[in-house]
Design a protein around this ligand. Structure first.
Ligand SMILES: Cc1ncc(COP(=O)(O)O)c(C=O)c1O
Length: 368
């Protein structure tokens, strides 16, 4: 529709609308010009692994050595490596819904079975101990945790993380903890589950990356920190699939990970201002319920009050909003959150204002 010249406002982006910081770009250009264009070790270059270990230590209180680190082509490949080496056919893997859809597909690719713990906006999208108890069977192998969460923006506090750690320890489960949005938080810092003690660290694969924090989605640099045998298996798998991630992107990532956090603060602060704006605008629409996101850059309003015979679910509503209000959003159904739509605030404040105004008008027309 954009190509046809239609004025579409996209509130669907899964990536920051910021430039990769200049020092990061410069580092990659320098590496290219210096001929750093050959294969690297499959699991990543030594200085990047060191920068990742340092970041995990300082920002996440997670202890890792270079032998625990596998650098991959984006956090998505890191997750895939983890799923493929940990999950055997028939294993059950607990996903906390709403969740990023890739988890379920990767569990299935590994031959596993996704088992869903459902959470609600009313409880801040936080799971409870009883919910885990209900879903755990003798075939449960792992829990996937994603805090801050795409699509809800929920950040699990320390108590929730401790509860999940206890469940994992008691039932001998792996935890795959996707912390790709760890620096994009607007209240309390996110807790890394692997920081809660050596026992839980020994059964956790922590996933991170450069895509979101440093606006580097196209560079394809993600990483996993895992117990040594798991890291070794992930490295062996990656060796036969892609080999190393891009050599000069790795050099850029070293600079990114060494950047002082005050250099990143303007982007985080802008996301926080947009979060405040979008929550205020959405709460101004009658009958729309929205939990306040504490991290990442998504809101997940409940739009069930506007569904009717013609527009009977969130998929129809998203299509209706695109066709009639020229706003792109994502249906909650793809995140196992029917009756909701995901709105990304990785967009300018002006576009957020215009986009939500259009959505409000379209919803009110539906209601008329
Ligand atoms: C929760 C979550 N994990 C992982 C990723 C993938 O990150 P990458 O682009 O580094 O593969 C995304 C991207 O949208 C995401 O939302």
């Amino acid at each position: 529709m954009k190509a046809e010249g239609i004025d579409i406002i996209s509130l669907s982006a899964g990536e920051p609308d910021f430039e990769t910081p200049e020092p990061v770009r410069e580092a990659a250009i320098e590496a290219l010009n210096a001929g750093f264009t050959k294969y690297t070790p499959t699991s990543g270059i030594a200085d990047l692994k060191e920068a990742i270990c340092r970041k995990l230590h300082i920002e996440n209180s997670v202890t890792a050595k270079p032998e625990n680190i596998i650098v991959s082509c984006g956090a998505k490949q890191s997750l895939y490596n983890a799923m493929m080496v940990l999950i055997e056919p028939g294993d059950e893997v607990i996903l906390i819904a709403p969740y990023w859809m890739t988890y379920a597909e990767q569990v299935r690719l590994a031959g596993g079975i996704p088992v869903i713990v459902h959470t609600e906006a009313a409880s801040g999208f936080i799971p409870t101990l009883d919910q885990f108890r209900e879903k755990i069977t003798s075939r449960t192998k792992a829990i996937v945790v994603n805090s801050p969460c795409n699509p809800t923006g929920a950040v699990f506090n320390r108590e929730t993380m401790k509860m999940i750690a206890q469940v994992a320890l008691r039932h001998d489960l792996w935890v795959i903890s996707d912390e790709i949005y760890d620096r994009l938080v607007y209240g309390e810092n996110a807790t890394s589950i692997a920081s809660l003690g050596s026992e839980i660290a020994e059964r956790t694969v922590t996933i991170g990356g450069c895509s979101k924090t440093y606006a580097m989605t196209g560079w394809r640099i993600g990483f996993a920190a895992a117990p040594k045998p798991v890291a070794a298996a992930m490295g062996n798998l990656q060796d036969q699939v892609t080999s190393n991630p891009n050599s000069f992107a790795q050099k850029g990532a070293v600079t990114a990970l060494r950047m002082a956090s005050d250099q990143l603060e303007p982007m985080r602060a802008e996301f926080q201002a947009r979060r405040d704006l979008i929550v205020e605008l959405l709460r101004g629409i009658p009958k729309v319920q929205v939990a306040k996101p504490e991290g990442a850059f998504y809101a997940l309003p409940d739009i069930r009050a506007y569904l009717n015979k013609k527009i009977s679910d969130d998929i129809c509503l998203v299509e209706h909003l695109l066709d009639n209000a020229q706003v792109a959003t994502v249906p909650g159904t793809v995140f196992e959150a029917p009756g909701h739509i995901r709105i990304s605030y990785a967009a300018s404040r002006e576009n957020i204002r215009k986009g939500i105004e259009r959505i409000a008008k379209a919803l009110q027309e539906l209601d008329a």
